[in-house]
Design a protein around this ligand. Structure first.
Ligand code: WTA
Length: 600
């Protein structure tokens, strides 16, 4: 049954009124949805201005709400359906079974001395055990830190050490795209923390550790993401306020029904995998379908085959995946019956018109609204989305969620009021969130009463929806002895949305043949520092970089040059403007690094 807000998210006229109401009476709005949470002690009010705390006074547990209560009421219902790398590889995990798995893992953690507030790393592919591990941490009040399985040993180590992790949950290996990936071998030896390999563990029967009841504002997880600095930042989210935000946005924006089968193609290594693969669907007792293979292996019909087989009703993916599947022969998708689909969603990057049209017409058969959802690791859940009807405009994220006051200040999207999804602190920087005005870093414009996202205004680059910092690339490139300095900027890419373009100044002028060696070093250094998803697609060796009097690289100019902009702005601030013509010529013929890792 749909309630007022879910219905209002379908209809322009009703939306306005209901939205105003949620802004004028935020306490009423959030407390209505806080009733979806089962509380041990009900919170006094939604937001406590003095304490700067959400759901203050409340006591509950996130895992209890996502697993235990459903294991009591709907034990046989599938909580997770997993698809593996090959056709036919399928596992179904009921809520009762998920509860058992979670209890086993949490008792292992307790047995190893893990206590409330300890940080536990999770380095696993998209398998039910990974989700059970996150929930096991939540159950005992430990803080999980998921590290994407595609990240390198160096990136893994950085995240574990800067967050002071006590243990790491992992498995030996998995298969993806027909290849065996030896995950445990990626773990550096000298970490000095407890490595818990779930493949090698003996499970004890009949261990039932109690649920650790938590204060609302206790911590739930840390997830690292990229910002403007050379190092990723650890974003900390609180337990019940985050849960309230992701559960409410999911319910209202997707308009979920109890028998929905939900399939999101993200990975728990990213925020989407936390909020909308794990927590929101399980909180509502839905079935969440997960896939650890590659969308194009053995054939490019894996998503369509899974949708047909499971009768998926809500499908949530990224524009890059849509673009890459759009390129395949129409017959591949036409082979499959996708009539179970009711709602489609995208996330992670702007969706271009042609991909949107294909998604709407060919995947959704013109009957499914496309929820182009805009949000970030920092916001925990969806901030902007279009209304759920089929009169949408392609590429426009649309309206702020109820209870969220947005504005555009100097071209940047900002959030002006408190909301429960916003992160609590940045772990590695000892900074806490400023709830008064949150600046998103994304440029935006109004189109009528809708908001259109233009993209990042800072030095974050979004490759296939994966958020990486240009400074992280530069740190990796500058480590190479032949490199004097470098500047990495984002250029548009038809498939990946954006890709990295590196301008590199060398200390020596190499022989012609040695360039290839240096290119190899650059690619392997970025892969080692960050992971297989990170490598500049274009490299241009240049004599100098444009700089200001104080020695700052003028990145905006480099970005314009790399993107082939015709008219460059006035360049008074650049002291070595003679280099600009050289740069313009060099970008016409950069070294193109063939894609060694095909789309994941
Ligand atoms: C971008 C992902 C346009 C944006 C959930 C944001 C989008 C960054 C959209 C956050 C969208 C996300 N349209 N751009 N629908 N969704 N972005 O933290 O630049 O990995 O700031 O969170 O992705 O990436 P993150």
């Amino acid at each position: 049954m749909l309630f007022e807000h879910e219905i209002a998210w379908e209809n322009d006229r009703v939306y306005e009124e209901v939205y105003r109401n949620s802004i004028d009476f935020p306490n009423e709005f959030w407390m209505q949805y806080a009733q979806d949470i089962e509380w041990k002690r009900i919170p006094n009010l939604a937001y406590d201005n003095e304490k700067k705390e959400w759901l203050s006074g409340g006591i509950s547990n996130v895992c209890y709400n996502c697993v235990d209560r459903h294991a009591d009421k709907i034990p046989e219902k599938a909580a997770i359906i997993w698809y593996g790398d090959e056709y036919g590889e399928r596992r179904e995990i009921s809520y009762a079974k998920l509860q058992k798995m979670v209890i086993q893992i949490s008792s292992i953690l307790k047995g190893r001395g893990i206590k409330k507030n300890d940080v536990v790393g999770i380095y696993m592919p998209m398998i039910p055990e990974a989700i059970a591990s996150m929930l096991a941490c939540a159950r005992i009040g430990a803080i999980h830190l998921v590290v994407f399985a595609g990240f390198s040993p160096e990136a893994l180590k950085y995240r574990l050490t800067t967050s002071n992790a006590k243990a790491l949950l992992t498995i030996n290996s998995f298969r993806r795209g027909g290849k065996e990936i030896e995950l445990a071998k990626n773990i550096p030896n000298e970490l000095g923390i407890d490595i818990i390999n779930l493949d090698n563990i003996q499970y004890h029967k009949n261990v039932i550790p109690d649920i650790d009841w938590q204060n609302s504002d206790d911590d739930l997880f840390i997830l690292y993401t990229s910002g403007s600095s050379g190092k990723p930042k650890g974003v900390l989210h609180s337990a019940l306020p985050y849960m309230l935000y992701v559960a409410t946005t999911f319910k209202v924006i997707f308009g979920i029904q109890p028998d929905d089968v939900y399939f999101c193609t993200s990975d728990i290594g990213w925020i989407t995998g936390h909020s909308y693969i794990t927590y929101a669907p399980l909180f509502h007792g839905l079935t969440t379908v997960i896939f650890s293979g590659s969308p194009t292996y053995p054939e490019a019909d894996r998503y369509w085959q899974i949708i047909e087989q499971e009768k998926v009703s809500i499908f949530y993916t990224a524009p890059t995946a849509i673009r890459s599947l759009q390129m395949f022969n129409k017959k591949i998708i036409k082979k499959h019956d996708l009539s179970s689909l009711r709602v489609l969603g995208t996330v992670g990057e702007p969706i271009n018109k042609s991909a949107w049209k294909w998604y709407f017409e060919t995947v959704g058969n013109k009957k499914c609204p496309i929820m182009d959802t805009w949000w970030q690791t920092e916001t925990g859940g969806i901030i902007l989305a279009p209304l759920r009807n089929i009169n949408q405009k392609p590429g426009i994220a649309g309206k702020p969620f109820f209870g969220i006051e947005t504005d555009i200040i100097e071209g940047e999207l900002v959030i002006k009021n408190e909301f429960p999804g916003l992160y609590k602190a940045i772990v590695s920087e000892c900074a806490t969130a400023d709830n008064a005005l949150y600046k998103t870093g994304d440029g935006a414009v109004y189109e009528g009463s809708d908001i259109k996202i233009k993209g990042r205004m800072d030095d974050v680059i979004n490759i296939s929806g994966h958020r990486l910092g240009t400074a992280e690339f530069e740190c990796a490139i500058n480590k190479i002895s032949e490199v004097q300095e470098s500047a990495v900027v984002a250029v548009s890419d038809d498939l990946k949305g954006q890709t990295a373009f590196a301008f590199v100044v060398l200390t020596v002028t190499p022989e012609r043949d040695d360039f290839a060696q240096i290119v190899k070093k650059i690619v392997s250094s970025t892969r080692n520092s960050i992971g297989s998803i990170a490598k500049p697609d274009y490299i241009s060796f240049v004599p100098d970089l444009p700089k200001t009097r104080s020695g700052k690289i003028v990145r905006k100019l480099l970005r314009d040059i790399a993107n082939g902009a015709e008219n460059l702005p006035e360049l008074h601030s650049v002291i070595n403007s003679e280099v600009i013509d050289v740069l313009k010529v060099s970008v016409k013929n950069p070294i193109f690094c063939p894609d060694m890792c095909k789309l994941k």
